[in-house]
Write a protein that binds this ligand. Structure first.
Ligand code: HEC
Length: 141
């Protein structure tokens, strides 16, 4: 290998290393924007509640909202942080309990208990968190 090629390889490697080094910078947790995920209604956080929320969401919501809450026939992104009808826990509660008039989003107050609705909202928060982490991972690539 000639000296010239060795130099070029060394420079290319150094460049790749520095670019790679810059992209692996991990955002500190408190730098992540969680605006829109405020819980003005306390949500359960124990494993059993989240498991129930996941099960109820899968049975009652995911066929319109998709398992990850990222679209589907509803065209709504539940995994996003900005909601048309408000994304604080009390606003999501109102949407689920009473539905939204003149849309396909029906009322669930008679078929889900208050506890089940809160469990579902807690589960939706995990879908939002998953999207935040997936977006961060994608931005690093
Ligand atoms: C038959 C389909 C369908 C089902 C089932 C359904 N939704 Fe919806 N949902 C929609 C549609 C369509 C909208 C958008 C309404 C609009 O146009 O504003 C919506 C809107 C919402 C919103 C408001 C989003 C925003 O931007 O403000 C939330 C929250 C929501 N749904 C949660 C749920 C949950 C939780 C369940 C299960 C308990 C569920 N939905 C079941 C169709 C559905």
């Amino acid at each position: 290998m000639s000296k010239g090629i060795k130099w070029i390889l060394t420079i290319v490697c150094a460049l790749m290393f520095s670019v790679g080094g810059a992209t692996v910078t991990i955002a500190a947790d408190d730098e992540i924007d969680r605006h829109g995920m405020e819980n003005d209604m306390p949500l359960p956080s124990d494993a059993a509640a989240l498991e129930n929320g996941k099960e109820r969401y899968s049975a009652r919501c995911s066929y319109c909202h998709t398992p990850l809450g990222r679209g589907g026939s509803s065209s709504v992104c539940l995994a996003c942080q900005k909601y048309k009808w408000g994304s604080k826990s009390s606003a999501i509660y109102a949407t689920i309990a009473a539905g939204r008039p003149n849309t396909k989003m029906g009322a669930f107050a008679t078929s889900l208990s208050q506890e089940e609705i809160l469990n579902i909202i807690a589960y939706i928060r995990t879908l939002q968190e998953k999207k935040i982490q997936d977006d961060l991972a994608a931005a690093k690539q």
